[in-house]
Design a protein. Structure first.
Length: 354
């Protein structure tokens, strides 16, 4: 009965009223969903408003691509567009995990450090300890999930604010990476070098991994009990608890998934660099959070989609790539990207008010 009550409550929270993963609002007279309500006076206006609210990030990406293609003739070349995808891949994979946390009204500042530590564990166990590569990969993934699980324990049972718990893990994971490597890069196994290469000399494997994990993240958010629980917890944690959701257990799952996705991102990044480096992915946690916010996730919880996060990561990559092609100083690039993040957060605030 608890699950049935959860399902009923979650269905009422889905978009149409600005919450949930699917964007499928309720239809009916005067409703904001498709169907008869769109034919009533004000219906088309409401439909356009809903389209803007649900696909604003996509519209921004299209406009940004159009602007960059006009400003730089090299931007729309196949080689450059694939390069944009490769640049977005690691941030996007990190951001998918962070999306789970943000949807549940949390925050994870540790994903960059966890990514570096996971890659370091893989390289150290496979290269220096002689373990089979497949076992080293499993250990790296377990390392990421374990770091996320510790975050979940501190938040769910230790009652620490997510900011403090994950900030502590940021330092711990980075420090452990330095301890394992003694501050030096470790060669990455040749068998995993394929993750940083191209298929047929054209299609980058990191892009394929990014697309595949975007599908996995969407399935988790839209089609699983834990995904529905994320939206319920982010919307109203107390109501979720009263509806029968075991909130502490779900938080363990949420932060564990974030750590697992961070481990995959670290492996992909290390394969591109052909080595595991203790300072790899430094600052990537901020880009991951920015991608979520730009893609429409609300830091207040209850709102966010995997597709929006992917678009947010692509927007950041297009911005950086286009500004590089235009020979804009790296210092000014930081200013522009910061302004974009602030604008996205402001639009999110305005959207929630309306």
């Amino acid at each position: 009965m608890g699950r049935a009550l959860v399902a009923t409550e979650l269905d009422s929270d889905r978009p149409g009223d600005g919450r949930g993963p699917d964007g499928a609002g309720k239809s009916g007279p005067g409703g904001s969903g498709g169907g008869p309500g769109a034919l009533l006076p004000g219906g088309p206006g409401r439909a356009l408003l809903r389209l803007f609210r649900e696909n604003g990030a996509l519209g921004a990406l299209v406009a940004l691509v159009a602007a960059m293609s006009l400003l730089s003739p090299d931007f729309l070349s196949t080689r450059n567009l694939l390069n944009v995808g490769v640049q977005a891949a690691v941030v996007a994979i990190l951001a998918f995990g962070v999306t789970f946390v943000i949807v549940s009204a949390g925050i994870d500042l540790s994903v960059g450090s966890v990514a570096a530590l996971s890659a370091m564990v893989l390289a150290w166990t496979a290269t220096e300890q002689g373990l089979p590569v497949w076992l080293a990969v499993v250990l790296a993934l377990v390392t990421g999930a374990a770091c996320g699980g510790v975050n979940g324990l501190l938040v769910a049972y230790g009652k620490l604010p997510p900011f403090i718990a994950t900030l502590a893990m940021l330092s711990v994971a980075r420090g452990l990476g330095l301890v394992v490597s003694q501050g030096s890069p470790i060669a990455f196994p040749d068998a995993l070098g394929v993750l940083g290469r191209n298929i047929g000399g054209r299609l980058p494997v990191p892009v394929l991994v990014m697309v595949g994990l975007s599908v996995v993240a969407a399935i988790v958010l839209n089609r699983t009990y834990s995904g529905r629980a994320m939206y319920a917890i982010g919307g109203n944690e107390e109501a979720a608890r009263l509806s029968g959701i075991r909130v502490p257990r779900q938080k363990l799952v949420i932060y564990g998934l974030s750590g697992l996705f961070a481990a995959v991102a670290g492996i992909v990044l290390a394969s591109r660099l052909v080595s595991a480096q203790p300072q790899a992915a430094f600052g990537y946690e901020l880009d991951a959070i920015a991608a979520c916010v730009i893609g429409g996730a609300s830091l207040s919880g209850g709102v966010g989609r995997a597709s929006g996060t992917l678009i947010g990561a692509l927007i950041l990559a297009v911005l950086r790539n286009g500004l590089n092609l235009l020979n804009v100083s790296a210092f000014w690039q930081q200013v522009v990207i910061g302004a974009v993040i602030a604008l996205a957060a402001l639009l999110d605030t305005l959207r929630r008010r309306t």
